[in-house]
Design a protein around this ligand. Sequence first.
Ligand SMILES: Nc1ncnc2c1ncn2[C@@H]1O[C@H](COP(=O)(O)OP(=O)(O)OP(=O)(O)O)[C@@H](O)[C@H]1O
Length: 232
Amino acid sequence: MTPALRTEGLSKAFTLHLQGGTHIPVLGGVDLVVHAGECVALWGPSGAGKSTLMRCLYGNYGAGAGRIVLRHRGEDLDLVTADPRAVIEARRETLGYVSQFLRVIPRVATRDIVAEPMIARGVPKEEALARATALLNRLNLPERLHSLPPATFSGGEQQRVNLARGFAPGYPVLLLDEPTASLDAANRAIVISLINEAKAQGTAIVGIFHDAEVREAVADRLFDVLPHQDAA
Ligand SMILES: Nc1ncnc2c1ncn2[C@@H]1O[C@H](COP(=O)(O)OP(=O)(O)OP(=O)(O)O)[C@@H](O)[C@H]1O
């Protein structure tokens, strides 16, 4: 089976230009393979490079070497060399990302923030808004908050808005960076259900789950992210 997402020899280092060009190697030769319907949890000590790998997978960080191959529209797309427009299109159609923190857009209502990626994928506005409302309700976000911008929401409320926005479109590949970090037990259980339902529908998931209970409930396997040998 063709993987939904894979990396081949992915390396990433940071160069601190304001610190005399200090070179910090983080990822070295990472070969990650994720298939449709499975959830792979990134695993490794603090500082090993899990978040860095996640950001590379979404194309937020350029790679130093190697390939990041996404199955997009039935073909392989190398996110490392792809044209920026192709990356944007892949994010719209194929690759979703739920980061830990919501990037708040001023004055835009929560319901619209959640509906926006669905509308961008061609879902009619009314249907997108209805799906947004249903998912926000499922995540226990009080209905009185749906029409407000989330700037003043609590950390857990903002995380649930982010989760609704990431899960609603049904991306074939979903990246989850600590999706339950700010949530209580009841909402964590709902997120576990959402992840397992997405897997059952064929979504390939890569996640960072510091919460052992969540990780054990959703992850099919762990992928070791090792501290770079030059960094030891
Ligand atoms: N933008 C950056 N510039 C310079 N160094 C960075 C940058 N981002 C991350 N690093 C460094 O890369 C290393 C890996 O960081 P990263 O956040 O990916 O680790 P992590 O495995 O996710 O850790 P944690 O489990 O603590 O969140 C760290 O040593 C960090 O200092």
